[in-house]
Design a protein around this ligand. Structure first.
Ligand SMILES: [Zn+2]
Length: 194
């Protein structure tokens, strides 16, 4: 039985692992087009380049991480406003880390709210087609990918959220996503405990 704080840590870790994958599907907005005089801005309903689902999921994580950090800081008795975080991806990851640190000070109601919010964001991210249809992956820490050498291996979790034996790489190589999967990684997966 996982301690409540571990559940939050796990959700934050998983979001932090999914976040760069969402970012990779999200092209930089073309600000120059909007700034040019006489050019009509693209209406919001028009198709955006890249993966609209990934953009939606990513901005949802951006907002939730900052909101939850602020609420947790307040509940932990901080009378000063929290760190002012800009909109960078690194700031979102820092906010996720802060949530995992601060959750131990939350009462039951706040804890449930934080878990529900994080799980909703995870669910959204995992439903992005480029991320894998609602498959649940957990990062494999401190094991480099034997093919591309990155530290972006993930293990697929089964319905009970236990490692399933399938390990894949979510790193990126010069030619695109690594997405390598090897039978040899099954041994690595079997070493992981739940
Ligand atoms: Zn790889």
């Amino acid at each position: 039985m996982a301690a409540p704080a571990d559940l939050v840590q796990e959700a934050c870790d998983l979001l932090a692992a999914l976040y760069p994958r969402l970012a990779a599907e999200t092209p930089d907005p073309d600000c120059s087009a909007f700034a040019a005089p006489g050019v009509t801005a693209r209406p919001p309903a028009a198709p955006v380049p890249g993966n609209a689902g990934a953009i939606y999921a990513k901005t949802g994580i951006d907002a939730a991480a900052r909101d939850l950090e602020g609420v947790l800081l307040y509940s932990a008795g901080s009378r000063r406003p929290g760190p002012v975080r800009g909109g960078s991806d690194a700031n979102t990851l820092a906010a996720l880390e802060a949530i995992a640190r601060l959750i131990c000070k939350a009462d039951d109601d706040l804890y449930r709210m934080v878990v529900a919010e994080l799980e909703q964001r995870l669910d959204e991210a995992q439903k992005v087609p480029a991320i894998d249809e609602a498959e649940r992956w957990r990062p494999v820490p401190q094991r480099p990918c034997p093919y591309c050498g990155c530290s972006a291996l993930g293990v697929l979790l089964d319905a009970e959220l236990q490692p399933s034996g399938r390990v894949e790489c979510f790193g990126r190589t010069e030619t695109g996503p690594c997405r390598a999967a090897w039978p040899g990684l099954i041994k690595l997966a079997s070493d992981l405990d739940g």
